[in-house]
Design a protein around this ligand. Structure first.
Ligand SMILES: C[S@@+](CC[C@H](N)C(=O)[O-])C[C@H]1O[C@@H](n2cnc3c(N)ncnc32)[C@H](O)[C@@H]1O
Length: 228
């Protein structure tokens, strides 16, 4: 099932790439080889986030590193919450907009780097974070994936750490951050990072639960420790 890239998407490259369609839950997601191919296993991130949304404060869902947008879109379609989606890649942002329109989901898609995407006073009820998490030395093991979409730096956590900072700054108390990491080494890095936060009067954060989808990846639910 494919059609040619058109309009803005087609203008992004001199080479016309075929648009493909992936099933993601009950959504049909358009993408092409310039963005990460939607992975079926990551529907688990959407379903988990949708379950957690029931106990989150009011407000939109924020998806950081949305790519073609499918994880946030499935969560939003299951919960009825509005969505803010962020990706620095113009092709990914254009697909996220197109996929939101096709899914009938209200999404404010922002083509921006993580640190510039949110207004200082903006608050959300739930964050989904899908950063690149492949260590730079291993990106050549995934020749079909765009390097910018998977390269997470030296230990794979550069964008993960940046994204967590943005998530913590904009999440209302009682909200959840459902993040995707590569493996349990990266879970340990996140634990160490969280343990180092919250000195003095600052809030403390913790991993509430980890779900194992290895070898594809690991999902973590991060929450603020309330009452401190
Ligand atoms: C691993 S892909 C995930 C895409 C999508 N969520 C999925 O699962 O298919 C990471 C995405 O993050 C984007 N990205 C990486 N670093 C970023 C940054 N600093 N700011 C904004 N977007 C970034 C990339 O363009 C890419 O689309």
């Amino acid at each position: 099932m494919s059609e040619s890239s058109v309009g803005y998407l087609g203008a992004m490259t001199a080479v016309e790439l075929p648009t493909q369609v992936a099933e993601f839950g009950d959504l049909q997601i358009q993408w092409d080889a310039r963005v990460l191919r939607p992975r079926w296993w990551t529907t688990a991130q959407s379903y988990w986030a949708a379950d957690l949304a029931a106990s989150c404060p009011e407000g939109p869902i924020l998806e950081l590193c949305c790519g073609a947008g499918q994880i946030g879109l499935l969560t939003a379609s299951l919960t009825g919450r509005p969505l803010i989606q962020v990706d620095r890649d113009p092709v990914a942002a254009a697909y996220a907009r197109r996929n939101a329109a096709a899914a009938g989901v209200l999404s404010d898609v922002r083509e921006a780097p993580l640190g510039l995407a949110m207004g200082e006073d903006e608050r959300v009820g739930l964050v989904i974070l899908d950063p690149p998490w492949v260590p730079t030395a291993r990106v050549q093991e995934f020749p079909e994936d765009p390097i910018e979409a998977i390269d997470g730096g030296n230990d794979g956590t550069d964008q993960l750490v940046l994204g967590l900072g943005v998530a913590m700054r904009h999440l209302d108390p009682g909200g959840h951050i459902v993040a995707q990491v590569g493996d349990y080494d990266q879970v340990t890095i996140v634990e160490a990072l969280l343990a180092g936060l919250g000195g003095g009067a600052g809030p403390r954060w913790t991993i509430a639960e980890t779900r194992d989808y290895t070898p594809e990846g690991v999902l973590v639910d991060i929450v603020q420790e309330l009452g401190r």
